[in-house]
Write a protein that binds this ligand. Sequence first.
Ligand SMILES: *Cc1c(COP(=O)(O)O)cnc(C)c1O
Length: 440
Amino acid sequence: MHPKGRSSRRTFLALTSGAIAAGGARGPRPGPRADQLAMLGGEKAVGRPMPRPVRFGEPERERLEEMLGQESLLYWKGPQTTLLIERFQGVCPLEYVQTCSSGSAAIHIAVMAAGIGLGDEVITSPVTDIGTVIGVLYQQGVPVFADLLPNSYNLDPEDVARKISPRTKAIIAVHLGGNPCETEALRLLADEHGLILIEDCAQAWGAIDRGKPIGTTGHIACFSLQNSKHVTCGDGGVVASSDDRFGPLLQPLGDKGMPRAGGDGLFHRFAPNYRMSEPQAAVAAGQLTRLDGIASTRSRLGDLLSEEIAGVPGIEPHDVATGSRCVYWFYMFRLRPDAFTCDRREFVRALAAEGVPASAGYIPVPLYGNPIFREHAFFAGRWPVKEMGLTDMDYASVSCPEAEAILGDGVRLVINEAMDEAWIRDVAAAIRKVSAHFSA
Ligand SMILES: *Cc1c(COP(=O)(O)O)cnc(C)c1O
């Protein structure tokens, strides 16, 4: 039996309206109780399916129509790519912009431009998409994982400082979940040690980093347009910089090492083909007209959820820095393990039963916990830099305790731009209800 016997206003209304409908003759039948967990037969806290955004329409169609009249679909000086770059610069005002095939490609281009080579160390977060480090490994650099802050889930600058060695060349700051990092502290560290700061903004389209557009604090910024991101063209990426050392390299490094302007026709650099063609650029340019609305709605709704669950015992909301705008590519709160009589799995199951799309954690293990890292088997089962004695990295013995704790007790929720405040308040009510039920 549930410890608290009071019935909520919702149950009262449900019961009385039921009684009115029945003419009041039979009196109220005992309905499901609102404070009873839905999992145990109670009324769901969220009584409607999750709102889903319509992602594509007129702005994209208009671009694609125009594109079909073109003679060429190559990106170089293509009208769709040109417009995409212009609109990108409206969002992230950086001078040199190269469109490319994915966020992973954008980061690989950035890493190449930063000159990462054999055995060079790049410090980054272990809780991210593997695309953050694929390029580092392909350049024969060594990803070094630093620990995270407990409630923003972003790099802890103090641990980054501890991980700096004579081999460190760069830091990749991941704005996880669209939540701006401690970018300024990381930039200071980078400047102090002569490191290059790359921002992984894949999840952070439209975020504001302490008053500045996301991606404008570091040396090079990388974005993804992959389907799961909140603006997309199916697959795509953008890499950009205002630094004259790196900016001019972005185009050739995304295009087989070939400068499209001012080259001598000879290859001076080695690079993959990471080009984005005009169809992707057309869709992406259309999508960027939606970004303002998407980002501000997501930010407002996520912040509202934090307000609504602030002070719930045992729950730690997603922490966003003052003056920053988080765009909540996901929302994650943490469960204080000793505050509840259930484990996280049970908590998530109960939330899901209330009608809240919820999942346990984010990725199953930190990047270093994956077999490919533990076995150092990156290149046909081998890792040349280790065999050459250029690193003594042993991913099997890496540990970032806070990152592991976050993945162990975080509960992830969906925020999207089709939701409204009523939806968020219902989600918050579900969290309060499940928390109260399992309160230790
Ligand atoms: C999606 C993502 C990437 C990789 O982008 P792709 O376009 O999928 O290659 C990199 N970093 C983060 C944080 C991401 O979310």
